[in-house]
Design a protein around this ligand. Sequence first.
Ligand code: SF4
Ligand code: SF4
Length: 142
Amino acid sequence: MSPRRIAVIECPEEIPCNPCETVCPQGAIQVGNPITSRPRLDTRHCIGCGACVAACPGLAIFLVSSDNNGPDEVTFPYEFLPRPEPGESVTAVNRDGESLGPAWVKACWQPQGADGTYLVTITLPVGLATKARGIRRPSHDR
Ligand code: SF4
Ligand code: SF4
C-alpha cells in the first residue's frame, strides 16, 4: 500500500489570510477568528487532494508522504515555465534553495478546482520529505 499523502502547513506569519481554510473539501484546515490566526490542520481528515497547496498565496503548504520503505514524495506549487515532465531528473532543494541531492518528477498536475496553479510531485530518497521544498532543474536553471 502506498504511504498516505497529507498536507504540511508551514505558515509562520500571523497574516489576514484563509484560502487554505475555505478551499479544503474536508474541512481539515481551520483558521477561524481572528483571520490572522495561524492555520491548524487536522491530519485525520486530510485526503491529500492538493487544493490547499494550489490555493495558498504564500506557497506555504506542501504534500508529504513518507514511510521507511521509500521513496519519499513531496508535492509543492510550481509557477514557472516550462513545467517539468514526469520522469525528469531534478535537484531537490530545501527552503533556502540549498541542494538536497537528486530527485525525480513523478507528476505535474492540477488539483480539482485549481485556478491555474500547477503542482509538482517529486520522489526522493527516504528521509528527505521533511526538508525538500522545491527543485532546481539543471537543463533550465542557468
Ligand atoms: S490536501 Fe486537500 S484535504 Fe488535505 S488539507 Fe489540503 S485541501 Fe484539505
Ligand atoms: S492560505 Fe497559505 S498563507 Fe494563507 S493562511 Fe493559509 S497557509 Fe497561510
